[in-house]
Design a protein around this ligand. Structure first.
Ligand code: GDP
Ligand code: MG
Length: 438
């Protein structure tokens, strides 16, 4: 997305308000990004309409460019749409809390059951895993072996009993053994089919799980919406767990499923290994950045906002227009920019300027040199660069460990920039490239 938005970034000048046209242009790109991330078309349409309505007429704050502002609104809306962070698991009182995991075959139910059990134990709970997928013999041994590995009890009755009975027996056993959470690993099918749905309804009726969590492979994309709708209709989902987010799926499916069903996303799973770190409560911000495909730009926007001093910026702008912008001011703006982080990193995050960083057109060393030269000037000289001649130049060069011609170059370029700024009426701010052009 960043690449494409770059063009839009450039077109949006320094206007005071976001016009409908600005927003429409940016939305075109956002729309493509969302579709590429596998977000459902209908969801994309509604989303774009809502953001457009919000963004048009919005004041552009001084710390952001109009395009950055649009992105910020898009990001915030995505977060809202993805829903709340950290929606807790329901707790049954009296216990045990019964959790049923459901989903298609291969979605990661068995793995997630074990991850969830581990996560609960870390919180001081006593989980019991239940092998209710009796159709694939391997499924039972898979769960048993995971339980052994983690030291978590597994209730299994082989393939002879019926899943609703297994679940009922497991809950009875849980009461006897003061288990706090019963996690039922159910069978999946390659596709939704009637016998499976009926079985899930029977387990539902037999033990009334307070949590009916749909496990969805993030990689299945668009298909996820239909799957989620169907399971929700039959068993009433209480939450969704997206797995395999370590894959290269951009996560658009999560957005679609949440938007269409309204069921909260409760956990994200990543990695084949069953470890505490491979399941985590859902936080929408990171997924929103991933869907937009521009995490770095967003973090830069956040930092710029946090650090940018509007008051100071207004003063600078005034000085630029009047042509009274001096080396003191230049030093101050340079230091303000440096607060954002190391130069290469900052440039690298800005679409359009990332090339400067990659090709090392401006390096940290150049900036340090400029700073050193300015530091070696007296206050008077900084305020009035015209003073910097002959002897003074030599002194500054010695003081900053540079060559006289480097001092000359900086002073000349600074003057040139002052003139240009004055001519342009202060538009555009300071471009460090102007000072370093050889
Ligand atoms: P089930 O059929 O729904 O029970 O799915 P399984 O738990 O057996 O998982 C199917 C496959 O997906 C296995 O090879 C798992 O190791 C793998 N898997 C499950 N969760 C994840 C995950 O979050 N990331 C990755 N990369 N693989 C996963
Ligand atoms: Mg399984």
């Amino acid at each position: 997305l960043s690449d494409r938005l770059q063009a839009v970034f450039q077109k949006l000048g320094g206007k005071g308000k976001l016009t409908e046209e600005d927003v429409r242009e940016a939305m075109k790109q956002v729309r493509i990004a969302l579709l590429e991330a596998d977000v459902n078309l209908k969801v994309v349409r509604e989303f774009v309409a809502r953001v457009t309505e919000k963004a048009v007429g919005e004041e552009v704050t001084k710390s952001l460019t109009p395009a950055q502002q649009v992105i910020k609104i898009v990001h915030q809306e995505l977060i809202d749409l993805l829903g709340q962070a950290n929606v807790p698991l329901a707790e049954a009182r009296p216990g045990p809390t019964i959790i049923m995991l459901i989903g298609l075959q291969g979605s990661g139910k068995t793995t997630t059951a074990a991850k969830l059990a581990l996560w609960l134990r870390k919180k001081g709970k006593r989980p019991l895993l239940v092998a209710a997928d009796i159709y694939r013999p391997a499924a039972i041994t898979q769960l048993e072996s995971l339980g052994r590995q983690l030291g978590i009890p597994v209730h299994s009755e082989g393939a002879q009993s019926r899943p609703p009975d297994i679940a009922r027996n497991a809950v009875r056993r849980a009461r006897d053994e003061s288990i706090t959470h019963v996690i039922i690993d159910t069978a999946g099918r390659l596709q939704i089919d009637e016998p499976l749905m009926v079985e899930l309804e029977q387990i539902n009726a037999a033990v009334e799980p307070v949590e009916r969590l749909l496990v969805v492979d993030a990689m299945i994309g668009q298909e996820a919406v239909r799957v989620a709708e169907e399971f929700n209709r039959r068993v009433g989902l209480t939450g969704i767990i997206f797995t395999k987010i370590d894959g290269d799926a951009r996560g658009g499916a999560a957005l679609s499923v949440r938007a269409v069903t309204g069921v909260p996303i409760k956990f994200l799973g990543s990695g084949e290994k069953v470890e505490a770190s491979t399941i985590e409560p859902f936080h929408p911000d990171r997924l929103a950045s991933r869907i937009l495909g521009m995490g770095d730009v967003l973090s830069l926007i956040e930092r710029a906002e946090a650090i940018y001093d509007e008051e100071q910026a207004r003063k600078m702008q005034k000085k630029l227009v009047k042509g009274s912008f001096d080396f003191e001011d230049f030093l101050a703006s340079m230091q303000q920019m440096r607060k954002l982080g190391p130069l290469q990193q900052i440039l690298g995050m800005i679409p359009g300027l990332d090339k400067l960083a990659r090709e090392e057109i401006i390096t940290e060393k150049d900036l340090k040199k400029i700073e050193a030269i300015i530091f070696s000037m007296t206050k008077e000289e900084r305020r009035n660069p015209d003073l910097i001649k002959g002897r003074r130049k030599e002194r500054i060069a010695r003081g900053s460990g540079t060559q006289v011609q480097e001092v000359t170059q900086l002073v000349n370029q600074f003057r040139q920039m002052q003139r240009m700024m004055k001519r342009m009426g202060g538009k555009g701010g300071i471009d460090p490239r102007e000072l370093m052009r050889r």
